[in-house]
Design a protein around this ligand. Structure first.
Ligand code: FES
Length: 182
């Protein structure tokens, strides 16, 4: 399944694979505790909109991914248009617009990593996982991403696996990392 970003302004289109169908996700809302935390985050900024990214991260943690109803809900918390929130969500690769795998493997594709062999690393991952970049394995185990510089250029090629950096990658090391994912 695709987790790629849509073009800005496309927030009212149904996600890929469900063209023409209404989004079946129920309407969403934070719990009282989550809402209090969102309001606390907003209070930390001179302009409450400064808290949009952390609140969106909260929403992703709470709901699993940022669906259109979640975008609308968060937009309501900030008195923003859903289109504004959609453009933010689709700009950052850390936000998922469809359910993601239990593990997220994000390979850096910027210059240092590219020159050090990132294309070979991505090819190995695609072959081992049987998916393309932006997709999730059928069993829901792994989502594969290609991302901008993760600021570990001296250890290129590298990737992030969930919250962990994997540095100085080789195809053989990639195999070992994948075998360690449960
Ligand atoms: S270019 Fe890959 S971490 Fe910076």
């Amino acid at each position: 399944m695709s987790v790629g970003n849509d073009a800005p302004g496309a927030w009212n289109r149904p996600p890929s694979g469900r063209a023409g169908l209404a989004d079946p996700a129920p309407r969403v809302a934070f719990t009282a505790e989550q809402l209090a935390e969102a309001r606390r985050l907003q209070s930390l900024y001179p302009d409450p909109r400064g808290a949009l990214l952390p609140v969106l991260q909260m929403a992703q943690d709470a709901f699993g991914y940022i669906s259109l109803p979640v975008e609308e809900y968060v937009a309501g918390l900030f008195n923003l248009s859903p289109a504004h929130v959609h453009e933010v969500v689709t700009f950052y690769t850390l936000f998922f617009r469809e359910p993601k795998g239990r593990h997220v493997v994000a390979v850096c594709h910027n210059l240092s990593c590219h020159l050090a062999g990132a294309p070979e690393i991505v090819a190995r991952l695609k072959a081992r996982l049987g998916i393309e970049v932006g997709e999730t394995t059928e069993d829901g185990k792994v989502t594969l991403q290609s991302v901008e510089c993760l600021c570990a250029c001296e250890h290129a090629p590298m990737m992030q696996v969930d919250d962990r950096y994997e540095l100085g990658l080789t195809p053989e090391k990639v195999d070992r990392i994948l075998e360690g994912l449960r």
